[in-house]
Design a protein around this ligand. Structure first.
Ligand SMILES: *Cc1c(COP(=O)(O)O)cnc(C)c1O
Length: 227
């Protein structure tokens, strides 16, 4: 029963972190990161009340989605190659990892074919580490402006991966930095852009992320166990 009890505990931890920060726990959504886990685990988590699942790899997602029985919602959270967007068009309800215009243009093309639009987050490399993907902090506003012109892509906010995801206090300044950047972008009042979501925080640091304003926390190992 580990998945069920893990989910219960995480929901409690989300609620306490929200209350500490004076936030309504209902404004924070849990994305259960199911990468490497079988479809059966997703179904179990869904029956325990979990709605949103995060996946990193296109092939794994498309294969797993066919096997999952319960009506879940998929978010794509990993590095995404433009030539694979077609395979997840219509399958995912949000892409957290849009870090370049060419990718957003391909998402726009694929969702245009579906006659709908795709909710996305712009991934920002807030720590500036060379190894991390994401738009630079300085380039993010420019990228948001360009993506905002695409009619089948809707920017809902920002996402980041801090460098120290096992040490919540070390990660906290990066969470605060992403929040600051989202306020700055919101202040620009760009047409069609809503800065309402902040996707940040993983198993090791989601409470700190919530205290700094996260609305989507991406938690894998604390839900499903070690990978
Ligand atoms: C794997 C992954 C997570 C979840 O990490 P855990 O430490 O297992 O909670 C969150 N976000 C992204 C982008 C990931 O790749």
């Amino acid at each position: 029963m580990a998945i069920e009890s893990n989910l219960k505990l995480i929901r409690e931890r989300i609620a306490s972190a929200a209350l500490v920060a004076g936030r309504d726990p209902a404004t924070i959504r849990l994305v259960a990161v199911s990468k490497t886990r079988p479809a059966g685990d997703v179904d179990r988590a869904c029956r325990a009340g979990q709605q949103i699942f995060g996946e990193n790899y296109v092939q794994e997602l498309t294969e797993k989605a066919k096997m999952v029985i319960e009506p879940v919602e998929w978010h794509f959270i990993g590095h995404l190659q433009s030539n694979k967007v077609r395979q997840i068009a219509g399958l995912v309800s949000m892409i957290h990892s849009v870090d370049r215009l060419s990718l957003a243009e391909e998402i726009n093309r694929q969702w245009e074919k579906l006659g709908s639009s795709c909710d996305i987050l712009v991934q920002v490399n807030i720590s500036g580490e060379a190894t991390k993907s994401g738009a630079s902090e300085d380039g993010a506003l420019h990228l948001v402006r360009d993506i905002a012109l695409l009619p089948h892509v809707r920017i809902r906010g920002l996402m980041t991966m801090p460098p120290f995801f096992d040490d919540p206090e070390a990660a906290r300044p990066f969470f605060a930095g992403l929040k600051r950047l989202s306020l700055l972008i919101e202040h620009e009042q760009i047409r069609g852009v809503a800065m309402q979501e902040l996707s940040m925080g993983m198993s090791g640091d989601f409470e700190a992320a919530i205290q700094e304003g996260a609305t989507l926390v991406r938690v894998g190992t604390s839900v499903f166990g070690a990978r």
